[in-house]
Design a protein around this ligand. Structure first.
Ligand code: SR1
Ligand code: MG
Length: 424
């Protein structure tokens, strides 16, 4: 069997064959001091697409990720090219160049075996799980806003030469299969009748029917999809939900950029904020103290506000000091001239206003698709009581619909967090 894009199809590793593989790769073997006698290997993947092995003992712990020519969630039925791991590796390397503190170390990539060896992050946990447990992450907003500003600005025409940018756009444009998943699961299926959709029934049936026949709403979603398809502003992680973040109270790492593609900056920020809001609306179900985790919910909203404030401040700084690209280049717009400087301030303010509105739109669409589409999140899936779950989900749908329909009324992030408080 061959794979159209990567040649021979890799065979699925198991604990034994993976040990033999490590021995065959001198630099990987050396990480374990050329001795695997105490090394332990366990498959720990819980994602939708790939397999992940935890390798520990006698050296640094590694996470070995293997992408097979099908999605894990389909049990082999849904074919996918292995090339997705090459896009993930390239994106990890690019993001590490721009925000090294927030990206795991890549130790090794083997396209033939479709295998990626990464630093094993410990004691980090998946953010979504931490939030379900009510853990506060006081540094997260500062960390992720730096990551977003550096990675999005650094891969935009504000920082890159037009030639370099085009080269990169062309490379990631080949990430066709994963983009197709993003487009279909986020923007298409939830807004039509599809066998892939699933929701808490019968409680949500009426609202879903209404939403799927709401032309005004679907036109707004259509515009967001069109923008995602056509506006190649910056290299996106493109799946930046709270399951793609591993963290401690002091450290934040962004993982899994296999969906990477050039697109509008607001997509990444919106997906992230949408997932934080999903968790916000699910908190009522986790309450142990009888107060609906009011303090924790407030922390989530303040985190959302701080992400946007931090991002826009950092983008502004980069714009003032690092306009090295072909768009609005410093060579043409001399910042020493006060009139030009003030005009440039207006340019970035207007650009960020657009990113802000996109962010709200993508956040809302993400919330809808995680509630009624194919891929849900554990924030809601783990709520056993269907009444409580559907009550929270109805609030999500009402909130997201309002955001999409009244987007012009939102001027600052506090307008969004205020609405979230009103709905809850
Ligand atoms: C079949 S993949 C489903 C979802 O999982 C990924 O993390 C992406 O969010 C995708 O939409
Ligand atoms: Mg993932």
């Amino acid at each position: 069997m061959t794979n159209m894009t990567t040649g021979p199809v890799p065979t699925a590793f198991n604990e034994e064959t993976l040990k033999a593989y490590i021995v065959s790769q001198p630099h990987l073997f050396a990480l374990f001091k050329n001795d695997l006698s105490t090394v332990q290997i366990d498959e720990i993947g819980d994602g939708n697409l790939n397999f992940v092995f935890f390798v520990s003992g006698n050296g640094p712990a590694l996470a070995l990720k293997q992408a097979l020519p099908y999605s894990r969630i389909s049990g082999g039925k849904r074919a996918l090219t292995c090339e997705r791991l090459a896009f993930e590796t390239a994106a990890l390397r690019e993001f590490a160049r721009l925000a090294p503190q927030f990206v795991p170390i890549v130790h090794h990539f083997d396209p033939e075996q479709s295998l990626l060896a990464l630093e094993f992050l410990s004691p980090h946990i998946i953010m979504r799980k931490g939030m379900i447990d009510g853990i506060e992450y006081p540094l997260f907003a500062d960390h992720i806003s730096t990551y977003l500003a550096n990675c999005l600005y650094g891969t935009s025409d504000f920082a890159l030469s037009a030639s370099k940018k085009r080269e990169m756009v062309a490379y990631y444009a080949r990430n066709i299969e994963l983009c197709e998943i993003t487009e279909r699961l986020i923007f298409t299926e939830p807004f039509m009748d599809s066998v892939n959709n699933q929701w808490t029934s019968p409680a949500l049936d009426g609202v879903v029917a209404k939403l799927q026949s709401d032309v005004e709403l679907k036109i707004r979603v259509g515009a967001l999809k069109h923008k995602f398809l056509t506006q190649s502003d910056a290299l996106l992680h493109a799946d930046l939900h709270s399951g793609s973040v591993m963290l401690t109270s002091l450290d934040t790492k962004v993982i899994d950029p296999e969906f990477a593609i050039f697109g509008p900056m607001g997509f990444d920020i919106g997906i992230l904020i949408g997932n934080l809001l999903l968790n916000y609306f699910a908190q009522e179900a986790y309450e142990a103290t009888g107060d609906g985790r009011a303090t924790y919910r407030q922390h989530i909203l303040e985190t959302i506000e701080a992400i946007w404030t931090g991002f826009s401040k950092k983008i502004n700084e980069l714009w003032q000091n690092n306009r090295t690209g072909d768009a609005y280049s410093s060579a043409v717009f001399d910042s020493n001239d006060p009139a030009i400087r003030s005009a440039m301030d207006n340019v970035i303010a207007s650009y960020l206003e657009g990113v802000f509105h996109d962010t709200l739109g993508y956040a809302a669409v993400e919330m809808i698709r995680r509630t009624i589409g194919r891929a849900h999140t554990i924030d809601f899936d783990m709520i056993d009581d269907k009444d409580i779950r559907s009550r929270c989900e109805l609030k999500v749908l009402s909130f997201a619909t309002t955001v999409l329909k009244k987007e012009k009324e939102f001027r600052i992030m506090v307008d969004l967090t205020k609405l979230a408080k009103l709905q809850n």
